[in-house]
Design a protein around this ligand. Structure first.
Ligand code: SAH
Length: 260
C-alpha cells in the first residue's frame, strides 16, 4: 500500500527509536493508552508488549484501520475517525497516556486541541508525541530565543515539557524532509485559571504578530493605561515579545480579562 502524503503518513521503522518512545511513557498495567495515528502499528505493537490495561487507537485511514483490526484482533480498540473530530466523543473515565507519531500537517492543531481542554491534569497523565523538530523546538523553547512564542506559552502554561531526543529522517518510511523530535508533556495540577483560553491566544497573537517590534504597541492596543500596567507587572515597554516571560504573559492576560 502506498503511503498517503495527504494524511502525513511517514511510518517510523527504527526499532530502537520505537522502543525509546514507548519507554518514555513508563507504561504500567493500570494505564489506559490512547494512540493517535497508529498507521501500520509499529508503535502499537511495542506499546502492547508493556501490557497496558487498555489500548485505544484512532486512525483516519480506513484501509489501515481494517489492517490494524486484523493484526491485533481484540487486543486493541480501533476507532476509524479523524482525531480532530472526536475529542468530544472520547469518553474518558480515567486519565490517559497519549502516544502519537503525529501527522505533521496537523500536529500543532492536535496538540493545542488537547492543551485547551479544561481540567487537563484530570484527563491526561502524559503526552508522548513525535513532532517535526522545528515544532518541538517551539514547544520546549525558553524566553529570549527565536523559537519562543505562542505555542511555548500555551503549552508551558499547562504542562511540563521535555524534549527527549531528535530523530533522523532515516528512521522513517517514506523519509520526511526534516528532522523530528520526541517530546513529552505532563499536565500541571496547579495552573493559573483563565476565563477563556481564547483570551490568552488573543493576547499572544497581538504580541507575536510583530515579534521584532517593541511591545509598546501591543500593550497600547490592549490597555488604555498601558504605562501603569507595564510598571505594575514590571515590564519594559522597549523590550520585544520574546523577552516577556510566560508568567508575565499570564499576568497580562488576567488584567486583560478584567477589562472585557
Ligand atoms: N504511528 C505510525 C504512523 C505515523 S504516520 C508510525 O509511527 O509508524 C501518521 C499516521 O496518522 C498515519 O497512519 C495517518 O493515516 C494518521 N492520520 C493522519 N491524519 C489523521 C487524523 N486526522 N486522525 C487520525 N489519524 C490520522
Amino acid at each position: 500500500m502506498k503511503p498517503k502524503k495527504s494524511l502525513g503518513q511517514n511510518f517510523l521503522n527504527d526499532k530502537n527509536i520505537l522502543s525509546e518512545i514507548v519507554n518514555a511513557g513508563d507504561i504500567n498495567k493500570n494505564d489506559t493508552i490512547l494512540e493517535i495515528g497508529p498507521g501500520t502499528g509499529n508503535l502499537t505493537e511495542l506499546i502492547l508488549k508493556k501490557n497496558p490495561k487498555h489500548l485505544i487507537v484512532i486512525e483516519k485511514d480506513k484501509n489501515l484501520s481494517l489492517k490494524l483490526v486484523d493484526k491485533f484482533k481484540n487486543k486493541i480498540k480501533v476507532i476509524n475517525k479523524d482525531i480532530l473530530e472526536c475529542f468530544d466523543e472520547l469518553k474518558i473515565n480515567e486519565p490517559l497516556k497519549v502516544f502519537g507519531n503525529l501527522p505533521y500537517n496537523i500536529s500543532t492543531k492536535i496538540l493545542t486541541s488537547f492543551i485547551k481542554q479544561d481540567h487537563l491534569d484530570k484527563k491526561y497523565k502524559k503526552f508522548i508525541f513525535v513532532f517535526q523538530k522545528e515544532v518541538a523546538d517551539r514547544i520546549v523553547a525558553e524566553e529570549n530565543t527565536k523559537s519562543y512564542g505562542r505555542l511555548t506559552i500555551l503549552t508551558s502554561w499547562k504542562t511540563n515539557r521535555l524534549k527527549v531526543f531528535d530523530i533522523s529522517p532515516n528512521c522513517f518510511y517514506p523519509m520526511p524532509k526534516v528532522w523530528s523530535s520526541l517530546v513529552t508533556l505532563i499536565p500541571k495540577s496547579n495552573i493559573l485559571i483563565l476565563n477563556k483560553v481564547k483570551n490568552l491566544e488573543h493576547v499572544t497573537n497581538i504580541f507575536f504578530n510583530h515579534r521584532r517590534k517593541m511591545i509598546k504597541k501591543p500593550m497600547k492596543l490592549l490597555f488604555k493605561d498601558y504605562e501603569n500596567i507595564a510598571k505594575k507587572i514590571n515590564i519594559n515597554l522597549n523590550s520585544r515579545p520574546q523577552n516577556i516571560t510566560e508568567k508575565q504573559f499570564l499576568e497580562i492576560c488576567k488584567l486583560y480579562e478584567n477589562l472585557i
